[in-house]
Design a binder for this molecule. Sequence first.
Ligand code: 0WD
Length: 254
Amino acid sequence: SGVLRGKRGLVMGLANNRSIAWGIAKAARLAGAEIALTYQGEALERRVRPLAAELDAHVVGECDVTDGASIDHVFAEVEKLWGGLDFVVHCIAFSDKDELTGRYVDTSEKNFTTSLAISCYSFTAVAQRAEKLMKTGGSLLTLTYYGAEKWMPHYNVMGVAKAALEASVRYLAADLGEKAIRVNAISAGPIKTLAASGIGDFRYILKWNEYNAPLRRTVTIDEVGESAVFLLSPMARGVTGEILHVDAGYHVVG
Ligand code: 0WD
């Protein structure tokens, strides 16, 4: 469609070709954007490099969001590459798998802190760096899940982290609005990815959504990608602070 022609965007959180980040990067590229990617660690670098090549994307380096210096490094690389930036897509979350099953009440302080740092604070950390490069406005996008709004089995501390992430979308939107930087989230329905495989009974959750969502199915990374293109593009220039559900309508039912 070309709605992102001339736009330069950083996509963070690509692990493999099932990642939501991959669905978004592909759709943004198809819409005309130039893409830069980060990866977390050497193991993922081997997966990310060939995917980057498919999109003529720049690999701007390793980024572990628990390390502020590595975030600084990536944004310095982006500045060297483009001199500015139009959008950032944040597709990053983490929690200890052992605590994504059973009861929330058993969450350890250590995993609570780690989960909130990686799954919530990192988006704010990224916004701080992006603000400096978005001289003529821009768009920041993160990924959330319905477990932020309602109790979901096994989602536990991730639900608490996503609730904080959604609140941070609103606060960031208010802070950055005067610079014409928009901040939004997509609340995606369940999709079988590497991260999702760590959640207890995930197959059951997929089935439950298939039976109960208004569209009677789950969503794909390509559908999330195309909705992301809308939010990143000037078509959504009046939209900020929004949580857009791309979930086959499940949120009206569950
Ligand atoms: O059903 C789903 N899959 C949904 C996912 C429904 C709704 C929302 N989401 C969210 C996730 O919570 C996450 O925020 O979408 C985002 C992307 O997740 P994904 O595409 O489902 O999962 P995956 O392909 O595994 O990508 C997440 C990546 C990590 O992969 P692994 O699985 O290796 O942890 O987040 C990255 C990493 O590449 N990541 C980090 N990146 C930098 N620094 C870090 C870190 N410390 N930790 C994880």
